[in-house]
Design a binder for this molecule. Structure first.
Ligand code: ZN
Length: 320
């Protein structure tokens, strides 16, 4: 398979990104660090309340939106249901608000959700859930906030158009143009990667703080191909990944300014604190980067590594 057909395949990744704007209620709002984790918790809870109508919530029926978004399962060739933490969820919640944690009454704050593949058709549920999340309340003392507006985000990260206001949805089915994301840059000999949120890379079944290029690239490939497989029904057949990984090993790490950042999250589901450290900072690479450009450009939207649903693994790639 040549580079053009690989790019063609990558362009099949369907991405929809929306930004919700909330207005803090009369008591203001106080959020913890890594707000994505807080919002992710409320999001799942409210989504189940509004979208799951199954009589037995342990065995969801086939078309339950909650089950698909949060507990994606797959039938293998023997019709056995497989479900595993390795199946990616088709969404990412990102909410950093420039690390601002306290909001005065009436002050605005933002939450961005990226939705992939089949999940795009549930956009109305997402917005409905966002609305109810505000009523449920966030952070310390579960303070209410009002969902004011929701915007579609374009390929440059700008607001494209408003799709929600005054309890009305105006969405016309538009998604991001993946081609715009992966085209533009054709060749590069240096690349700077910024690890914006803790990036949890696994290499040879261990978490690593080593930002070698091939480790990042392998992680991006795993992330993108599994999104394509589980949420678009696509397999990347005929790609010589061995050869690609070998080439990636030839790319040199020429400057590394990354550190391990540890933080903890309380998991309601597992009733325990979870350590979720990852690398932050930046690294610079040199070599023949051409074959990797579209993968990394897409990875800016899909994130890389583990625990991406609440915003971890956000990277930015700069090519020269
Ligand atoms: Zn259900």
């Amino acid at each position: 398979m040549n580079d053009t057909s690989i790019t063609h395949f990558l362009n099949e990744v369907q991405i929809l990104q929306i930004t919700a704007i909330y207005k803090a209620g009369e008591n203001g709002l106080e959020l913890p660090h890594y707000q994505g984790s807080t919002f992710r918790g409320v999001f799942g809870h409210v989504f189940k309340e509004v979208a799951c109508t199954c009589s037995n919530q342990n065995i969801h029926h086939e078309h339950c939106p909650y089950a698909y978004i949060f507990e994606t399962r797959l039938q293998d060739e023997h019709q056995k249901i497989i479900s595993s933490d390795d199946i990616p969820r088709p969404f990412i919640i990102w909410a950093e608000n420039n690390n601002k944690l306290k909001f005065a009454p009436g002050e605005r704050f933002y939450l961005t959700i990226t939705i992939f593949g089949e999940a795009v058709k549930y956009l109305h549920y997402f917005i409905y859930v966002l609305f109810h999340m505000g009523k449920k309340g966030f952070g310390k003392g579960k303070q209410q906030a009002e969902l004011r507006q929701v915007f579609l985000v374009d390929e440059d990260g700008d607001f494209r158009e408003q799709i929600y206001q005054h309890q009305k949805i105006y969405y016309n089915g538009q998604i991001l143009n993946s081609e715009k994301i992966t085209s533009g840059i054709k060749d590069a000999s240096t690349c700077q990667l910024d690890f914006i949120s803790p990036t949890r890379l696994k290499y040879q079944s261990h978490y690593t703080d080593n930002p070698e290029f091939h480790i990042i690239f392998r992680s991006a490939v795993r992330r993108i191909t599994s999104l394509l497989y589980y949420h678009h029904g696509r397999q990347l057949l005929g790609i010589d990944f061995k050869e690609l990984f070998r080439k990636a090993e030839e790319v040199k790490l020429v400057q590394s300014d990354v550190s391990w950042y540890d933080w903890e999250r309380y998991s309601n589901r597992q009733k325990k604190r979870m350590k979720l450290g990852g690398i932050v900072g930046k690294a610079v690479y040199e070599g023949d980067l051409d074959p990797f450009i579209p993968w990394l450009q897409l990875a800016e939207w899909t994130h890389v590594g583990k625990n991406t649903t609440f915003g971890l693994g956000k990277i930015k790639a700069l090519f020269n």
